[in-house]
Ligand binder design. Structure first.
Ligand code: GLU
Length: 302
């Protein structure tokens, strides 16, 4: 299988310049190392009608191209469910009836890292389980984790060790969880290079651990800095003109957006207009900024 990178947006709305910057980086990492590049629509959660098509159009407008086909996680529910069933048959999962609130309020297990699942439902007796089922609460399925921490290697951040707990692999509503789907899909698509926003760094140990449990080598990670607004809060569409369409309406061309993103990555001079091929020839992961990019209303002006 060809080694691959990927961009995996949730089609919940239009991509903003922060998402586009991460997509550009994922493309640069993959294509400058001869990898395939997949787009995967992570649509197990809330989606907006037509957002996938708009996202693909915006990526293409920047010059990003990808290998076909674009995949959709909702087309792969059977694959995820068969892995959940295998783990369950092997005794490696348990049903969890806890609400979010019960988890927050439960005393944490001895030696467990902060924020870890407290283990409430890990060892329920058959009678206790039957009682909970009779009470009508649909259970989530959690993986029995055999470790409390796992170390991943990140090209930008070095080694990162983070918590692994008995995390949810199938939600109470029966939908497989993101943390499971991402691992199965990356392995199935030959993805050995994961480039994404550093807000996902803390989920990498769980995902890499699950990959090893399923017999797949974990990918290399490149968690890249987020894009923040002028209050240093993660950029969102409430921050004004931050999508290609809104910027175009404000008179900012897509070429200018790409060039300003490139400038923020140290890949273009101020005011220089570049295309994506030029960025690929200049790209050096070691020289990427380690700090977030602060987008103020004047970044795209002038
Ligand atoms: N779907 C996730 C997001 O849009 C990205 C997951 C990933 O890259 O692993 O934030």
């Amino acid at each position: 299988m060809t080694a691959a990178g990927r961009f995996a947006p949730s089609p919940s709305g239009t991509l903003h310049v922060g998402n586009l910057r991460t997509a550009l980086l994922a493309w640069l990492f993959a294509r400058t190392t001869g990898r395939a590049f997949w787009i995967r629509m992570e649509n197990l959660d809330r989606t907006a009608r037509g957002a996938d098509v708009q996202q693909l159009a915006d990526l293409a407008a920047l010059g990003i191209e990808w290998d076909e086909p674009v995949s959709y996680q909702t087309d792969r529910l059977d694959v995820y469910r068969s892995v959940i069933a295998e783990l369950t048959d092997a005794g490696e999962t348990f049903e969890c009836f806890c609400t979010r609130r019960e988890i927050l309020e439960a005393p944490s297990a001895p030696h467990a890292p902060d924020g870890a699942y407290p283990g409430t439902c890990r060892n329920l007796t058959d009678a206790q389980r039957a009682e909970k089922i009779a009470a009508g609460r649909p259970p989530a399925i959690r993986l029995r984790a055999a470790v409390a921490y796992f170390t991943v290697s990140d090209t930008q951040l070095g080694e990162y060790t983070g918590m692994v707990d008995d995390f949810v692999i199938c939600r109470g509503d029966g939908i497989p969880a993101y943390n499971l789907a991402v691992v199965i899909d990356d392995a199935a698509q030959g993805v050995d290079q994961v480039v994404r926003g550093d807000d996902l760094l803390s989920s990498a140990p769980r995902q890499a651990y699950l990959a090893t449990r399923l017999g797949h080598p974990p990918p290399s990670y490149s968690h890249v800095p987020m894009v923040l607004n002028n209050k240093h809060i993660r950029l969102s569409k409430r921050d004004g003109a931050v999508t290609l369409a809104d910027l175009a309406a404000a008179g900012v061309s897509t070429a200018t957006v790409l060039s300003r993103i490139a400038e923020s990555l140290g890949l273009a001079d101020h005011g220089e207009i570049v295309d994506i091929a030029a960025l690929a020839s200049r790209f050096d992961p070691a020289a990427l900024p380690r700090e977030p990019w602060i987008v103020t209303p004047d970044v795209f002006a002038g």
